[in-house]
Design a protein around this ligand. Structure first.
Ligand code: NAD
Length: 488
């Protein structure tokens, strides 16, 4: 393939180490530091205003970035009845999606302010998220398959990538020519609303792309109606299973569910690894975005011979992490998304503390839903009963002769999203990566931040159905089934 072809070019984003760039980005976002946004449903036709509720800033309880008016059951009905596939030719759809990508970039100041104030994202996270969103739009625009659209797709997204995942699902569905009903996570309606406004401004017709802010009940309604042809879902494994059951009862047989779900992600560091490289990778994988990435490292396996040295370095590196308001450029670790998430993570740490298993804790700001990076000792990944979606890293030790048992334990979780390996033995790279069941495997680097187009992202087992997002096969599931190869 031509590595420099336009469809392979990724957004260059903003280099925050370049002071003039950082100053310009800071200024662009400052204009929105006190801005108020209002999220409401965006349907094919205008509808009467609805009752609103305030949206909160997870790091600063006294800051309300705006209000949301959740869509009603009637709105869902209206949206499903008026959803219209996008009949414009593929080249025109691509031009409009590319125009939307340009608009996203042009509005970076506003989007960064929204991501910080509504989702608690640090500035480096904001830059990475905008790049990914733009990459999805351009990548799908450049790779539209020659096929019919499935019909109407419901796209349901999580709060942890409220711009990138939200836009990626929609872009793939739209590129193929589907009508889209987009239901963002209830925690992040403002970003979704602004994104859909920009997509409309770029030229996506309003009856083709409709926005319905709301929670799980609305999501259930939009995934269990026979007028829906398929569902793209990213979120927890538990919700994916509910959606699958609802679809099986109500939708036509074979209606696609593209589910990208949770993980219990491990990393193995053996005694030949470069400790500095491993520690940097561990810090980024476990604590960047306050651990609120589906790809984040949850269970670190250190080979016994080097475990003490690596842990000493790791704890030193943790001391240098700044936990606080994500608006500040020096912040490494912002808040977790809301009080419910905070309680769940804090309870998990409290149990470990009572058992004497906490290896390291740090201070947190008094206000806001902060959890500081925490290390917890475990005997193995089997001790983790569930995905802890925050900056909590579990650490186990293993002996060289037990490597295959460790691999078996990791596979036995049933999840298979990301996996990291640090070693300087080539044969071991081959052996471990052959044996591990995970969608995305990273060697001698961190295990987060897959790049659209070059590192298609998605898991296996309990972590997702495939095909991988940002890869060549993703859009095939948004197409109508090939009539010759099915009994439709
Ligand atoms: P969640 O499952 O609670 O919610 C996700 C979305 O589903 C939200 O929009 C929610 O309103 C909706 N929803 C809830 N119940 C529903 C129902 N019965 N029917 C239809 N929709 C319903 O997940 P979350 O807490 O928002 O996100 C965090 C989870 O997402 C973690 O498990 C994380 O690992 C996962 N995730 C996975 C990926 C990936 O690519 N594999 C990426 C990001 C996040």
């Amino acid at each position: 393939p031509d590595l420099f072809a336009p469809e392979r070019r990724n957004s260059i984003g903003f280099d925050l180490h370049h002071t003039p760039t950082l100053d310009a980005v800071d200024k662009a976002r400052e204009a929105f530091q006190e801005h108020q946004w209002n999220a409401t449903r965006l349907l094919a036709t205008d509808a009467a205003p609805l009752a609103t509720a305030p949206v909160t800033n997870p790091s600063t309880p006294e800051d309300n970035p705006g209000t949301v008016a959740p869509a009603s059951a009637t709105d869902a009905e209206v949206a499903m009845a008026s959803a219209t596939p996008w009949t414009a030719p593929a080249a025109e759809r691509a031009t409009i999606l590319n125009a939307a990508a340009d608009l996203y970039e042009a509005h970076h100041g506003e989007l960064f302010a929204l991501l910080a104030r509504e989702a608690g994202k640090s500035l480096p996270d904001c830059v990475a998220e905008l790049r990914e969103a733009v990459d999805f739009l351009r990548y799908y625009a450049a790779n539209i398959p020659d096929a019919e659209p499935a019909g109407t797709f419901t796209c349901i997204s999580p709060w942890n990538f409220p711009l990138a995942i939200f836009s990626g699902q929609i872009a793939a569905a739209l590129a193929v020519g589907n009508a889209v009903l987009a239901k963002p996570a209830e925690q992040t309606p403002l970003i979704a609303h602004r994104a859909v406004q920009l997509l409309h401004e770029a030229g996506v017709p309003r009856d083709v792309l409709q926005l319905l802010p709301g929670g799980g009940e609305l999501g259930a309604r939009l995934t269990s109606d026979p007028r829906i042809s398929g569902v793209a879902f990213t979120g927890s494994t538990a919700t994916a299973l509910k959606i699958r059951a609802a679809m099986a009862h109500n939708l036509r047989p074979g209606a696609p569910l593209i589910a990208e779900t949770g993980g219990l992600n491990a990393m193995i560091v053996d005694s030949t690894a470069l400790p500095e490289q491993a520690v940097q990778s561990i810090i980024e994988s476990a604590f960047q975005s306050a651990g609120q990435r589906c790809s984040a490292l949850r269970c670190l396996y250190l080979q016994e011979d080097i475990a003490d040295d690596v842990l000493t370095m790791l704890m030193g590196a943790m001391d240098a992490l700044q936990v606080g308001d994500p608006w500040h450029i020096s912040t490494d670790c912002g808040p977790v998304i809301d009080e419910i998430a905070h309680r769940g993570i804090a309870d998990h740490i409290a149990v470990a503390r009572a058992d004497g298993h906490v290896l390291k804790e740090m201070a947190t700001p008094e206000q806001g839903t902060f959890i500081a990076p925490t290390l917890i000792k475990v005997s193995g990944i089997g001790d983790l009963e569930r995905e802890i979606f925050g900056p909590v890293l579990h650490v186990a030790r293993f002996k060289a002769q037990d490597l295959d048992r460790v691999i078996d334990d990791i596979n036995a979780t049933g999840y298979g999203l990301t996996f990291g390996l640090h070693t300087r033995i080539d044969d071991r790279v081959q052996h471990v990566t052959d044996a591990i069941h995970a969608g995305n495997i990273y060697v001698n680097r961190n295990q987060i931040g897959a790049i659209v187009g070059s590192q298609p992202f998605g898991g296996e087992g309990l972590s997702g159905t495939g095909p991988k997002a940002g890869g060549p096969n993703y859009m095939s599931r948004f197409c109508a089934p090939d009539r010759q190869s099915t009994n439709d």
